[in-house]
Design a protein around this ligand. Structure first.
Ligand code: G4F
Length: 328
């Protein structure tokens, strides 16, 4: 039986990945902060159905010793490093802590594997935010990075650290350059879930307005459950590589609103208000990925179309309000 260790297991991607690996017969371990173990009802919510099958270890990506001890104790065959401060606007508000946690956290994980479990294969959750305002469309593995936020800068550092550990110490370490991926488990602060939650609340008469920032921003939005298959596939290859994971389609925030509100019979223009304070100091205007390498080498392709993704998120948020579904 293979053993996997996941950092960020309590998040959207971590929970889908844990389910996927359990279904494949893995023994799944997670590194979680002590507070999450204490306040499990809230913070371990996405893991509730699979909690009895997981082995959770207390540790923090801010503490090198705790990362080292968990890696040493678990001796994983595969480590998926997903944990980070992932909200781009917050990275402008507190750039120092974002850089510190996201860069050092990745460095601690790589070093712990090098020292305590060098046989272990590592997946690093890299991001399309590294491309920022890219000088080519679509973006592929060879596209030059031009990050536009402290979050993006930290991801670039993590990407290069991962590559350097691969080249210098022969670790099997890969980066997945993941474009935006969403689901009913997405946090409410990200634009997609903010829109679907508001569409549902407005439909049920619980709210009137949806405040948003830049409606022209374009993203390549896929379904998170599809993306965790690519993470796993990267670690099953004969040689470690970095891969873009994306749908190859891009849509604007405005289009997302149109579909989400339209799905419940509302006109988005009657409810969306734009607020200057929700615009970012430096915006990433358009992202669209070319996942040819992932398709050819991993046999990966996304399964859920954009419209279905938007509608399933709205349906889920309606069901939550109507008390028909537990929080995912
Ligand atoms: O949903 P977002 O906050 O996601 P963003 O910044 O693209 O980052 C997400 O995807 C990355 C992958 O490329 C991850 F690495 C990262 O961790 C995160 O998961 O914003 C999407 C777009 C932006 O252009 C933003 O300016 O939506 C625009 N937007 C407009 N109004 C808004 C809002 N974003 C948020 N969060 N809230 C708004 O009110």
């Amino acid at each position: 039986m293979k053993r996997a260790l996941i950092t960020g297991i309590t998040g959207q991607d971590g929970s889908y990945l844990a389910e996927y690996l359990l279904d494949l017969g893995y023994e799944v371990h997670g590194l979680v902060r002590h507070v999450a173990l204490q306040d499990g009802r809230d913070r371990l919510q996405r893991l509730t159905p699979i909690l009895p099958r997981l082995r959770l270890h207390s540790g923090s990506l801010e503490n090198a010793a705790s990362v080292f001890h968990v890696v040493q104790r678990v001796q994983p065959d595969e480590l998926y490093h997903l944990g980070a401060q992932t909200f781009v606007p917050y990275s402008f508000e507190d750039a120092f802590s974002t850089l510190q946690t996201n860069i050092n956290g990745t460095h601690f994980v790589l070093e712990a594997v090098k020292q305590a479990a060098p046989h272990c294969r590592i997946y690093f959750a890299s991001s399309s935010e590294m491309f920022g305002n890219a000088d080519e469309q679509p973006q592929r593995e060879t596209t030059r990075f031009h990050p536009r936020s402290p979050y993006g800068i930290a991801k670039v550092a993590g990407f290069h650290l991962t590559r350097n550990y691969r080249e210098a110490y022969q670790l099997f370490a890969c980066s997945g350059i993941m474009f935006n991926h969403e689901s009913p488990r997405r946090g409410f602060e990200f634009v997609t879930r903010k829109i679907t939650q508001h569409a549902a609340r407005i439909k049920r008469g619980l709210a009137k307005e949806l405040p948003l920032g830049n409606l022209d921003a374009q993203r390549d939005w896929g379904f998170a459950r599809d993306y965790v298959r690519a993470m796993h596939a990267m670690l099953q290859q004969s040689t470690p590589q970095d891969y873009v994971v994306a749908t190859g389609e891009t849509h604007s925030v405005r289009e997302f609103c149109e579909l989400a509100f339209g799905h419940v019979g509302l006109n988005w223009k009657d409810h969306v208000v734009t607020k200057p304070e929700l615009h970012r100091p430096a915006e990433v205007f358009t992202l669209i990925g070319d996942a040819t390498r992932a398709r050819q080498e991993l046999g990966w392709s996304p399964l859920m179309p954009f419209r279905e993704l938007v509608e399933s998120m709205v349906d889920h948020d309606l069901a939550l309000i109507d008390g028909l579904k537990p929080t995912p």
